[in-house]
Design a protein around this ligand. Structure first.
Ligand code: ATP
Ligand code: MG
Ligand code: MG
Ligand code: MG
Length: 471
């Protein structure tokens, strides 16, 4: 089953259960200035859950484009290292706004997985929140999942991979337990079941999260039952596609294979040999999706906020191309291939293709001017370090400041070579430069004011000294 069919089957299944199909919203959330990117299907419905916004339906289904490359959910550092994380992915979801609750949500999920997608039930594991006996009993008694495949999980706040089965929008507001469905890719793949010490492996992969918004947490921490509990679910399209296409890594699904081949074509066109299983091709294939869709949604590369996240992802992709031998732009050439794969599901992508390509190309041309010299500096600095060494902050800062290497890019190169970077020293170097710039700016402003004849108040020698001392 191809990715496009899997998406369609999901939406059609929930439409047949009375859900309204709702289009994906933008990656730039329109209703939440505190959120960097739309990172799940529920984002566009946030106000509907709290009752602030009303819709003509109480059941909805969507395939939401999502980015997790900054802010609360950041999977940028997982890309290229796990089989299941992307910076950009599609989240399939079904939502109940005060309509059905746990029973239906669980039954629908099970029906879709075992009868529409026809997954063998014995490969499915579920987790429930440790105190959620209701969800446990629905899985066990009504659905018939045996006790040995139901795992109770607590809230592991702050753990990088560990399952966390209590969901909350923020410190206050709607929250509740969740239940997650995992697929066992088999003993050939390393990893352990959820809750075990090996759960960060790729054997048992979380495919679907069903969140039960059951409480409203007040500022004093007390949980008040919501009068109309809601359901919010999210299933990674690429993950379920891997399961249905009998491959264990998301990067082996049809959509990614096409993008990986396209990336290899560009690398080869520049005279380099590359194996299709090369990890850098995977990273490039991941990043072309995130970068293109971010531009479609109005983000442009820049030095701050969303624009800087985009710039960092583009530059990471370029660095991987550089590693494979590319010495001139290649990344923007993948936009056409992406449109061929996803343009039908996302007409806004097809429409903006030319603009996306030209923005990526400009950014690429810019970084290709400095990457070679920057990499030479980084190579020689790392070459001088002992095994497991730490790159000094001054060099990392020089790479950032003069060669346009974002810190995370430098850190990624270090990580590949089993080294690290002194981030505290990098921050110190950055702060020092900021202070200098501020002082220089103040000095210049005073001079400009004096020159323009505006009277400046004499603040004493101390102030002058401070300004001069840091120049
Ligand atoms: P994981 O534990 O694997 O990082 P998660 O618990 O952070 O996933 P949720 O927030 O529960 O993920 O999101 C719902 C679903 O979206 C997940 O069950 C998974 O199928 C999918 N998903 C989450 N993050 C990613 C990602 N970075 N790339 C691809 N799919 C993802
Ligand atoms: Mg995660
Ligand atoms: Mg998880
Ligand atoms: Mg989850």
């Amino acid at each position: 089953m191809k990715v496009a069919d899997i998406r369609e089957k999901f939406l059609d299944f929930f439409a047949s259960k009375g859900h309204t199909k709702v289009a994906s919203s933008s990656l730039v959330p329109g209703n939440d200035p505190t959120l960097l990117f739309t990172n799940s299907g529920m984002v566009q419905f946030k106000d509907v859950f709290t009752g602030k916004d009303k819709r003509p339906y109480t059941r909805a289904t969507s395939s939401q484009r999502s980015v997790r490359a900054g802010g609360k959910h950041n999977d940028l550092e997982n890309v290229g290292y796990t089989a299941r994380h992307h910076t950009f992915f599609e989240m399939l979801g079904n939502f109940s706004f005060g309509d059905y609750f746990k029973e239906n949500a669980i039954q629908y999920a099970w029906e879709l997985l075992t009868t529409v997608y026809k997954l063998p039930p014995e490969r499915l594991y579920v987790t429930v929140y440790q105190e959620d006996d209701e969800a446990y009993s629905i899985w066990n008694k009504q659905v018939g999942v045996p006790a040995e495949r139901i795992i109770r999980i607590g809230d592991n706040k702050g753990a990088r991979y560990a399952s966390d089965n209590f969901w909350q929008m923020a410190d206050t507001g709607p929250c509740g337990p969740c239940t997650e469905i995992f697929y066992d890719h088999g003993p050939e793949v390393w990893g352990g079941p959820p809750g075990s010490p090996e759960e960060d492996g790729d054997r048992y992969i979380e495919v679907w999260n069903l969140v039960f918004m059951q409480f409203d947490r007040s500022a004093d921490g007390v949980l008040h039952p919501l009068p109309k509990p809601c359901v919010d679910t999210g299933m990674g399209l690429e993950r379920i596609a891997a399961v249905l296409q009998h491959v264990h890594s998301n990067y082996e699904i049809d959509l990614f294979q096409t993008l990986i081949k396209a990336a290899a074509r560009e690398v080869t066109a520049q005279g380099n040999a590359v194996d299709l299983t090369n990890n850098s091709l995977r990273v490039i294939a991941d990043h072309i999706r995130a970068c293109s869709f971010l531009v479609v949604d109005g983000v442009i590369p820049g030095n701050e906020g969303r624009g800087y996240v985009l710039r960092r992802i583009i530059r990471r992709a370029i660095r991987h191309g550089y590693k494979l031998g590319c010495r001139k732009p290649f990344f923007n050439a993948l936009v056409g291939d992406l449109v061929a794969e996803m343009g039908e599901a996302y007409p806004e992508l097809a429409k903006a293709a030319a603009q996306v390509q030209s923005i990526l190309k400009a950014e690429e041309e810019r970084f290709f001017e400095t990457i070679e010299n920057g990499m030479a500096i980084l190579d020689s600095a790392l070459g001088a370090l002992p095994k497991g060494g730490m790159l000094d902050g001054e060099t990392a800062f020089k790479l950032h400041d003069t060669y346009g290497f974002p810190l995370d890019l430098t850190a990624d190169v270090c990580r590949e070579r089993e080294m690290s970077v002194d981030e505290a020293a990098f921050d110190a170097a950055m702060n020092k430069q900021k202070q200098q710039a501020r002082a220089a700016g103040k000095f210049k402003m005073d001079a400009d004011l004096a020159y323009s004849g505006v009277a400046t108040e004499f603040k004493g020698y101390d102030a002058l000294e401070v300004a001069n001392a840091t120049i």
